[in-house]
Design a protein around this ligand. Structure first.
Ligand code: AMP
Length: 190
């Protein structure tokens, strides 16, 4: 069965790094909605023009837009063996839309890995990332906003997926290697 895995966690928790590693090792597609949106902005496409201001502010783009983006993406052939969703869903309505979309295709989410990291560590890592990656969305003020948005709109998904018996928590405070081992153990893969 093809694996459909969600990586959930605050900004700076290392989801993107771990998603890339796991996807490459297990021939899964890595679907990062943030990367897709940033690529659209860099291209200057219609979508990019529509979302640039929202990305720069640290707010979320609309559920309808992001769900359409995912629907189109998972139909691509590289998703046949399964995929890791990195940065989606980010709201309960997105999670509901994903569930309905998969149910319509006769399938469902395999597991949700929750990356656990204290707010203090999140802020420390984001400050570091702003220095090394110079991401436009990583000014100190925007970082705080993204964390606030995470707390308000995304963190309820921890309870949502706990209720669905899909959540597997991982301590994300260790090194890349340590966290990778924990993620693989949580997913029962090596
Ligand atoms: P990320 O790289 O995942 O932190 O995403 C960067 C930005 O893209 C976010 O701050 C949002 O503005 C937007 N974004 C990415 N994924 C989503 C999503 N699932 N729902 C809404 N907005 C998103």
């Amino acid at each position: 069965m093809s694996k459909k895995i969600i990586f959930l966690g605050p900004p700076g928790a290392g989801k993107g790094t771990q998603a890339k590693l796991l996807a490459a090792k297990h021939q899964l597609a890595h679907i990062s909605t943030g990367d897709m949106l940033r690529a659209a902005v860099a291209e200057g496409s219609e979508l990019g023009k529509q979302v640039k201001g929202i990305l720069d502010s640290g707010q979320l783009v609309s559920d309808a837009l992001i769900v359409q983006l995912i629907e189109d993406r998972v139909k691509k052939s590289d998703c046949a063996r399964g995929y890791i969703l990195d940065g989606f869903p980010r709201t309960v309505p997105q999670a509901e839309a994903l569930k309905a979309m998969l149910a319509a295709a006769g399938t469902s989410i395999s597991a949700v890995v929750s990356f656990e990291l204290s707010e203090e560590s999140v802020l420390g890592r984001l400050t570091h990332r702003a220095g090394v990656e110079a991401r436009a969305d990583d000014s100190a003020e925007v970082q705080r906003e993204r964390l606030r948005v995470y707390r308000e709109q995304t963190s309820p998904l921890i309870q949502y997926y706990t209720n669905a018996k899909l959540l597997r928590s991982v301590d994300a405070s260790g090194s890349v290697d340590d966290v990778q081992k924990l993620v693989e153990a949580a997913l029962d893969v090596k």
